[in-house]
Structure formats: structure tokens, C-alpha cells
Write a protein that binds this ligand. Structure first.
Ligand code: 5GP
Length: 201
């Protein structure tokens, strides 16, 4: 992982970027994953950057598909080697976006979609101020809690952490360029697609 990425990071300084970077954030359980999949189906020039994480894969998740599941040591090595465009501790695990992944796609003219937390999104905004930040909000915290419980993928401990984080994330939504309330999946999907159309190059 490391050698390949370091080469790309060097190129980042010299090559002109042509694609556009879109960042999707929002509390766990809000429906970002489904909205992202819909967007990727509809926009052939939009590619998803697969994050690295130290969290355990959930049932049905495959390394290299949903995430690159790596050890804490590997992640910390990546931090020390400055390989991440952004990274954050979220719900007690590390999550991060490799610079090389994003830069290579942008340079090839692709628009890139990141699905990352608020801390990470604000780090990217500092480095690439023409990125487009989109926050997906739940209709209410109560509804979010219902959706997370129904999803049934977290332990009670993780669920509590995710709900506490949701409240913090919602407070930062006003730093985003767009807020899309996911009260109805179809209409949220349409709103998101309008944003991609209006903001794409
Ligand atoms: P989950 O464990 O449910 O897949 O993701 C938990 C949270 O981590 C979500 O809010 C998700 O957006 C965020 N996340 C996923 N990948 C990244 C990443 O590369 N960087 C950051 N900062 N957050 C991420």
C-alpha cells in the first residue's frame, strides 16, 4: 500500500486536477449508503473512493469493497507516512481516505465521491476548498434512532455511541454547502442528483 501511494502523493503537487470532489456526510443510519449507491448508478463519471478503516467488517462486508479493513498498526503507519487526505477517529475506530485514490481519479477527470464523517469533511475543505460538502440529515433524532435499531447491525454499546455522535454531527451541518433531509428516499435521491448535476464540471 505505502510505496504505491507515496509516488501518487508526489504527483499531487504537480498535476492539474480536473474532476470535482463531492463529500457526503451525515449520522450513522441516515441512509447515506443507499443515496450513494443511487448516485453512483446514475452518474457514470462519478467514482467512489473506498476508505480505510480499523473497524471489524460487518457480516456480508468484503475487504476492498465497502472498506479496506486494515490493522491499527497499518493505519498509524499511513498517518506517519502522510498518506491520508483526511482521517478521523469515529465511533472508537480510525477511518481515512487515501490521498492517492482521490488525486488519481480527479486528475483523470472523474468526479469523486467520499462518504466520510464531519471531522474528515472539514479537513478536506481546508485542503481543497472547491470540494462540495453535502450533509444528509434525518427528519429527527427519534426517527434516526428507530432506523438504527431496525438496521440491527450494532451492539447496544455501539448504538449509543452512534446516537451520541449524531447529535454532535447535526450541530456542524451548517458548515456544509447543502443539507438534504432524508425523510423520503426517492425525493432525497432526486435532490442529491440535482446537486451533482448543478455542481459537476
Ligand atoms: P460505518 O462504521 O457505519 O461504516 O461508518 C461510520 C462513520 O465513519 C460514518 O459516519 C462514515 O461516514 C464515516 N467514515 C467512513 N469512511 C470514512 C473516512 O474515510 N474518513 C472519515 N473521516 N470518516 C469515514
Amino acid at each position: 500500500m505505502c510505496r504505491e501511494n507515496q509516488r501518487a502523493v508526489t504527483e499531487y503537487r504537480v498535476n492539474k486536477m480536473t474532476g470535482k470532489l463531492f463529500i457526503l456526510s451525515g449520522p450513522s443510519g441516515v441512509g447515506k449508503g443507499t443515496l450513494r449507491e443511487n448516485a453512483l448508478k446514475n452518474f457514470s463519471n462519478l467514482v467512489y473512493s473506498i476508505s480505510c478503516t480499523t473497524r471489524e467488517p460487518r457480516e456480508g462486508e468484503t475487504n476492498g469493497v465497502e472498506y479496506r479493513f486494515i490493522s491499527r498498526d497499518e493505519f498509524e503507519q499511513g498517518i506517519n507516512n502522510n498518506l491520508f487526505l483526511e482521517y478521523a477517529r469515529v465511533h472508537e475506530n480510525y477511518y481515512g481516505t487515501l490521498k492517492s485514490d482521490v488525486i488519481q481519479e480527479l486528475e483523470s477527470g472523474k468526479n469523486v465521491l467520499l462518504e466520510i464523517d464531519v471531522q474528515g469533511a472539514l479537513q478536506v475543505r481546508e485542503k481543497m476548498n472547491d470540494s462540495i460538502l453535502i450533509f444528509i440529515a434525518p427528519p429527527s433524532i427519534e426517527e434516526l434512532s428507530r432506523r438504527l435499531i431496525n438496521r440491527n447491525t450494532e451492539t447496544q454499546h455501539d448504538l449509543n455511541i452512534r446516537l451520541a455522535n449524531a447529535a454532535k454531527e447535526l450541530e456542524l451541518a451548517n458548515k456544509y454547502d447543502y443539507i438534504v433531509v432524508n425523510d423520503d428516499l426517492d425525493s432525497a435521491s432526486r435532490k442529491l442528483q440535482e446537486i451533482f448535476i448543478n455542481e459537476s464540471r
